[in-house]
Design a binder for this molecule. Sequence first.
Ligand code: TRP
Length: 334
Amino acid sequence: MQLPTGKRFLTGDRPTGPLHIGHFVGSLQNRVALQNAGNEGFIVIADYQVITDRLDTEAVEKNIIDIVKDYLAVGIDPAKSTIFIQSHIQELAELTTIFSMLVTLPQIERNPTVKEEIHAMGLKNKVSLGMLSYPVSPAADILLLQPDFVPVGVDQAPHVELAREIAGRFNRAFGEVYHIPELMLSHYPRLVGLDGDQKMSKSRGNAINLSDPPEVVELKIKKAVTDSYTTVVYDPKKRPIISNMLTLFSVVTGQPPEVIAQQFGSKGYREFKEELIVAINAFLQPIQKRRSEVSDDEVARIVRNGTARARGIAAETMKETRAAMKFHYPKIYG
Ligand code: TRP
């Protein structure tokens, strides 16, 4: 695929835990490629989004530091990609208030990501108002920084669509302020977790984290669910569980899954798992080496600088927004 160049992009993560191999293939790798192709990156750490479904905030700061270390370890360069904290840009809260008036209830209620997350939480009356309306917050993240495009996976695509709708609605109501960003969809298939039936996820305990030491990788792979066959065959329809593990093997070695399957054939799962452990650890080793070279102080500096830089752009966009809405009150404030 031809990468754009000379453009601005924005994407983000929720600081709920360490990043894993699924994040690497689905999005981190792409961010690094985009930044190195001469695009200007913005990465929002969406801490408000953490409290949509939990009020325990004990680990948030540590999670932010860990995520930034993961970013740096995979090659995100703070000189090319600005990393910032959502709750420390006040304009994001202002813009979320304004944008929430530009969104109708049906627009929110048909958002498939919100539906799925609410469903996963069980009882509907436990759902906070902020959870229901949360897609307005990424829309503010996106539009405030005025990116040209937003690279995300399919589950986040509805949020980008909503941001585009909000931008259009604002511009029609108050005048052209917002640039309407493009969606850049990641086509990489979601990695399935080690439990064999759900996507690899921070919160489901079924992932290989980028920061997992070799003994943890070994334990996780040994415990990973397998099927009751004995041969290693790549056939996602008939043999999904072993095929998912072959996909993981393929991701960490760069070899096609069919080729790996042929190498094992009838050697059995034990040997396959042993080789998979070796391959994952070889893949993680250089990432972890770079990770170990980053200090907490360096992370703190990068995040403070990134947030300050994002704030500068935020203030500009907010000024234009207020003026367009006639909320700058020249008779009162001159
Ligand atoms: N909603 C994203 C997630 O759950 C994180 C996020 C917040 C985001 N704001 C964003 C992603 C803006 C892309 C653009 O992972």
